[in-house]
Structure formats: structure tokens, C-alpha cells
Design a protein around this ligand. Structure first.
Ligand SMILES: NC(=O)C1=CN([C@@H]2O[C@H](COP(=O)(O)OP(=O)(O)OC[C@H]3O[C@@H](n4cnc5c(N)ncnc54)[C@H](O)[C@@H]3O)[C@@H](O)[C@H]2O)C=CC1
Ligand SMILES: O=C(O)[C@@H]1CCC=N1
Length: 274
């Protein structure tokens, strides 16, 4: 469904380049229909090496001209200047996809000075290995076909959930930032194994596979996590001793508070001018 599109990725850093990679790997779009911009010649050269055939430059206006889909994936502090730069060059009807944390679709349409179809997306970095979790929300002028196109773009790198825009800050706090929480968990588990005498590489491999395996078990069985936890927990055994310790430190409350604070931070980022 994407093959007739020309795609411009403005700000092809972690997220933008993960998308380019996924679209190329899946054969969704040929390389010569993708333009990618980013700052720094060395970084651009690295992109050219990674994605042969993709047109890589620092020319946002050129990238946008003639593109049917424009992905905005710069950091929030760079977006106001970028909007100003591309504003006269975005053709009416261009589908604008934004991965910016916090920034509402209405603010982007206003900054671009047109009633454009804008779809807000919140992906996450596991998109780099096609295991991303992305939520999409349609702006005022985006219809079902725009959302379907956005869905096809982000399904190239993982799963997609469509939500209403008022839920996007919560998504940002949960799955957008979530990989960082899981990496901290992996780091903590690895150190814990080392403290108990395991060699670090062994501990690291066991920690990573434990997280991956537990996630797959939850996904494939669809069971409530409490049931899966009970299956690990032998009466009077090792697991319940550790679970009681985690409860004492309020692990679940800690996660609830962390996601709340990230959600609030996402709301604070809603002002395009910072
Ligand atoms: N890193 C993450 O886990 C996630 C990030 N996001 C959002 O995605 C956006 C991008 O995040 P990252 O990919 O992590 O950032 P990044 O810093 O890796 O990539 C941004 C890129 O934009 C380029 N850039 C800046 N100004 C530019 C301009 N005027 N023209 C062209 N290129 C320009 C930079 O050179 C850089 O390569 C942010 O707005 C962030 O809120 C969303 C979901 C997850
Ligand atoms: O930390 C951030 O602001 C971005 C948005 C979600 C993940 N990284």
C-alpha cells in the first residue's frame, strides 16, 4: 500500500532511521522513493552507507517537495525552526506523520499554516529490531485512509495501536519511554547476578533472555501477568521470598509513579516553542 508514495524523513536519527530501515527490509518502499535529512556530514555519510539508494541530505525543503508522506522525527527543540523552514514547500494533502513527544497535531497544522492531515505517532526504539510498539492518533484533518497509511509505515517496525489523541501522553510515558525502564531492569538483574557470584557475561545473557522470555510468554499466552507470576512461585520457595522483598520496596507503585511523571512531562512538551 506504500509503493506509490514518496517519503521524506526529516531528522533521521534513532527513530527516523529505524523507520527507514524497517521499510527497506520489508520491501514496503524502494530506496529511491525515500529522502532522509539529518544534521552533520559524518552522520549523513553513515546513513548513506547504511541505506544505499536513499537520498540523504540536509535539504529539508528539497526533501519535502514532491513527497506524499513527510515524517517529522527531530527533537522537540528543533521542530519550530523546521516547520518555519518547510512551511511553503509542503503541498496540500501531504500526509504529515510526527513522532515528537508531546506536540499535538493541531500545533503542527498551525505551524505549517494548512489544514493538513497530520497523524501523531509514538514509536519506541525496539523499532530498530522490528519489535517496536507504536501508538497512532489522527489529527483533525486525517481520515481513515491517512491512519491506514500511517499504520502501514509503523507496522514495518512492529505493532501499532490506534488511540485518541488525548491518550498520546500516556502512551509516551508507558511504551515511548518504556524501553529505558526495561534496560534499567536488565542492568539491575545483571548486577544482582554478579553480586551473587555469576560472571558478568553469563549474568547479562541470563538477564536479557529472562526479560525476553517472560515478555514472549505473556504475549503468546495472553494470560494475566499475576497468573504467570504464580506459576513461578513455589510455596515456601525462592520466588515468593523475592516477590515479598519487591513488594516491600513498592515495585509496582514505583512503575505507576514513573509512568505518571513521564506522562506529565510529555504534556509539558506540548508547546512548539518550548
Ligand atoms: N528516542 C526515543 O526513544 C523516541 C523518540 N521519540 C521522538 O522522536 C523524535 C526523535 O527522537 P530521536 O530519534 O531519539 O532523536 P535523534 O536526536 O536521534 O534524531 C533527531 C535527528 O534530527 C536531526 N535534526 C535536528 N534538526 C534538524 C533539522 N533542522 N533538519 C534535519 N535534521 C535535523 C539530528 O541531526 C538528528 O539526527 C523526538 O521528537 C522524540 O520525542 C519518540 C519515540 C521514542
Ligand atoms: O525521552 C523522550 O522525550 C523521548 C520520547 C519517548 C522516548 N524518548
Amino acid at each position: 500500500m506504500l509503493r506509490d508514495h514518496t517519503l521524506a524523513v526529516l531528522g533521521a536519527g534513532n527513530i527516523g532511521s529505524a523507520l527507514v530501515g524497517g521499510l527497506l527490509r520489508g520491501g514496503d518502499l524502494p530506496a529511491d522513493q525515500i529522502r532522509a535529512t539529518r544534521r552533520g556530514e559524518a552522520a549523513r555519510e553513515a546513513l548513506r552507507q547504511r541505506f544505499p539508494g536513499v537520498h540523504v541530505s540536509d535539504d529539508n525543503r528539497g526533501a519535502v517537495s514532491g513527497a506524499s508522506i513527510v515524517i517529522i522525527s527531530v527533537k522537540p527543540q528543533n521542530v519550530a525552526a523546521l516547520m518555519e523552514e518547510i512551511r511553503p514547500h509542503v503541498a496540500p494533502g501531504t500526509l504529515v506523520l510526527s513522532t515528537l513527544a508531546g506536540v499535538p497535531t493541531g500545533a503542527l497544522s498551525r505551524a505549517l499554516g494548512q489544514e493538513l492531515p497530520v497523524v501523531r505517532a509514538m514509536p519506541n526504539t525496539p523499532a530498530l529490531v522490528d519489535e517496536g510498539a507504536t501508538a497512532l492518533a489522527a489529527g483533525e484533518w486525517a481520515d481513515e485512509s491517512h491512519v491506514a497509511t500511517a499504520q502501514a509505515v509503523f507496522e514495518a517496525v512492529g505493532i501499532v495501536e490506534v488511540v485518541t489523541e488525548n491518550l498520546m501522553d500516556a502512551v509516551t510515558g508507558l511504551s515511548g519511554s518504556g524501553p529505558a525502564y526495561v534496560f534499567m531492569l536488565i542492568e539491575g538483574l545483571t548486577d544482582a547476578g554478579v553480586k551473587q557470584g555469576l560472571p558478568r557475561p553469563t549474568s547479562s545473557r541470563l538477564a536479557v533472555q529472562t526479560v525476553l522470555g517472560a515478555a514472549r510468554l505473556a504475549q503468546e499466552t495472553g494470560e494475566h501477568p499475576a497468573i504467570l507470576r504464580d506459576q513461578v512461585t513455589t510455596p515456601g520457595g525462592t520466588t515468593i521470598a523475592a516477590v515479598a522483598e519487591l513488594e516491600k520496596h513498592g515495585l509496582r507503585t514505583m512503575m505507576i509513579d514513573a509512568v505518571q511523571i513521564a506522562t506529565e512531562r510529555s504534556r509539558q512538551l506540548s508547546d512548539l516553542d518550548g
